[in-house]
Design a protein. Structure first.
Length: 289
């Protein structure tokens, strides 16, 4: 299962003497240079891509953003950003804060995400079980899907998280440093995992050998006991166990984790919550395809 829809054979096509599209820009979440691969693809609509990239710049906790902020985050020219924010505001997807002139996501954006969340039967199937486990663990249980080189929350149940650990649906965590990501990578085919590793190497460069060793250890844990433990790597004091979830037909892979904020929770995570997650994953898999 590829992390992103990288076009196969694209580099060879790019060598046919065509000029690079003037509209092509680096994509905000593009850590694997997918944008460059599409630079000469006439079917790829860069105006649409730029607008969507602008919306992706708004993330929980970042607050309102001005045109200069958005230009810096996306790499788009400021005049282009100004036209995009104007258009998105007129369409109702952004709202302008009168006092500062900056922009915030507007409620109509929810209509874009609702069909995706509403179409996921696994969310309803596991919601109650996730809530029960979160209460027992005094922490959080999350269901996530891959998004580039990260994992994105599609459902979560939480009890009394620390203020700096409030992750909502749509939040993203690093794939290589999280139990969600390592569990998901463990479920990939060898070919798909090799493709992911190549992109990680490009992203993390000199840090990748050490990260790879920890990723491989997590994968070995999943193979040995069905789940992996990550202790304090994604954030200090945060420890979690993660499990992969495979659909019945094998075409979809998600991941679920249980995070504890208790200082002495490692043993309970390994002895109690990890096995509970494995059983939950077995129940959820047949419900997602």
């Amino acid at each position: 299962m590829p992390i992103t829809p990288r076009p196969r054979g694209r580099p060879a096509k790019a060598d046919q003497g065509k000029t690079r599209s003037r509209s092509a820009v680096p994509l905000l979440r593009d850590l694997g240079d997918v944008g460059a691969a599409y630079a000469r693809d006439r079917k790829f609509v860069w105006a649409l891509a730029r607008g969507l990239e602008l919306l992706r710049a708004f993330v929980p906790g970042r607050g309102a953003l001005g045109n200069s902020d958005l230009a810096a985050l996306t790499g788009l020219p400021k005049p282009t950003v100004s036209r995009l924010t104007y258009t998105l505001t007129e369409l109702g997807y952004l709202t302008q804060v009168t006092r500062t002139g900056k922009y915030e996501p507007a409620p109509p954006l929810l209509a874009l995400g609702h069909p995706v969340l509403g179409a996921r039967p696994e969310r309803l199937a596991v919601r109650n079980a996730m809530r029960e486990l979160a209460e027992i663990a005094h922490g959080q249980v999350a269901l996530a899907a891959p998004d580039g080189l990260a994992m994105m929350y599609v459902e979560r149940a939480v009890t009394a998280p620390p203020e700096d650990m409030r992750l909502e649906i749509g939040s993203r965590v690093e794939m290589v440093r999280s139990s969600l990501g390592r569990a998901w990578l463990a479920a990939l085919s060898e070919t798909a995992r090799a493709e992911a590793y190549a992109r990680f190497e490009q992203r993390y460069r000199n840090d990748w050998p050490a990260l790879r060793a920890r990723v491989e250890d997590g994968i070995a844990q999943v193979r040995a006991r069905g789940f992996c433990l990550v202790d304090g790597e994604w954030a200090r004091g945060v420890r979690a166990v993660g499990v992969p979830i495979r659909s019945r037909d094998g075409t979809r892979i998600l991941a679920m984790n249980c995070t504890s904020y208790e200082a002495a929770a490692v043993q309970r995570l390994e002895r109690e919550f990890g096995p509970k997650l494995v059983e939950l994953a077995k129940r959820v898999g047949p419900l997602i395809g």
